[in-house]
Ligand binder design. Sequence first.
Ligand code: PLP
Ligand code: COI
Length: 359
Amino acid sequence: MKFERIPHSAPMPTAERDAALANPGFGTLFSDHMVTIDYDEAKGGWYSAKIGPREPLMLDPAASVLHYAQEIFEGLKAYKQVDGSIAFFRPEANARRLNASADRLAMPHLPEELFIQSVKELVRTDKDWFPTVEGGALYLRPFMIATEPFLGVRPAKQYKFLVIASPAGNYFKSGAKAVSIWISDYTRAAPGGTGEAKCGGNYAASLVPTGQAFAMGHDQVLFLDAAEHKWVEELGGMNLFFVFDDGRVITPPLGGTILPGITRNSLITLLREQGLEVSEEKYSIDQWREDARSGRLIETMACGTAAVVTPVGKVSGPAGEFEIGSGGPGQLTMKIREKLVGIQKGAVEDTHGWVMKLD
Ligand code: PLP
Ligand code: COI
């Protein structure tokens, strides 16, 4: 699709931008431009692709996204490679997952090529927005909203797809230090619900428990399964892996209630290549506590695009708390993090075709 270019009349001054890029944090700094593409069933699908200044949207107050949360999103990163070029990590996987989420939320598919073209257009336009901080990347947030104005409850017939970019440093203020997590009593997702879709509603449901975890000084919230409140599912924005002293690694299975993380999928492959036995297996909170106390469980890692691979050091809940290993970063966690980051930055050979160059 041909993108119409709308010139920016007031981009951020270079000195201001460069100062911001040296210390971007996560999710509060945004680049100058955005992509928008409209959809109308009556017009036969997607039309009017634009790349222009990042600016507030005009939405009818009856737009159904504002009432019934018909919204889905993605998160991926563009990386400055060690050779100076720019590349994405597995963007096709994000394009596919967006369409899987669209299926669950009764939204139209966006052709995968158009997803890739959109993120490329934005990164090419905002190529001067890469953070200069160690471990930084340009985080991309593609998302789709229902724009049709009506109040009846049904799938909309008009949508907008957008991509914005946010220069990002570490997700956790502590960097790659071990994080502390809080076991929530609340349920994030139930069987037959929307847990495996990346839709805003799942995150809305996670905000009270996340707020509670933060208020108690923890870094993330942990959700258990809805039916028994027994099985470990995932964190607010990350998947989990458990490492045992006999070289086995397990990660909760994709049963429809957790997000099929692209980092999770990549780690399964990389860990198996290290000769480790990785299984997708249910793991109960009681077993986890017992294994951590006995020393059989030696590491726990959280993973996601924003969090990369982050060690979990302490787990707390209404029934008390327990430490993982010595409470600090585990060896395998840091080794696999380095390998993944190496591939993403082009410092380690990409034998899986995961890295897509911008040009
Ligand atoms: N689980 C949840 C709830 C998430 O929000 C994320 C982040 O996107 C993940 C897991 C990890 O997914 P990915 O590795 O694709 O970023
Ligand atoms: C991501 O890792 O891309 C996410 O969407 C998770 C969120 C916590 C920022």
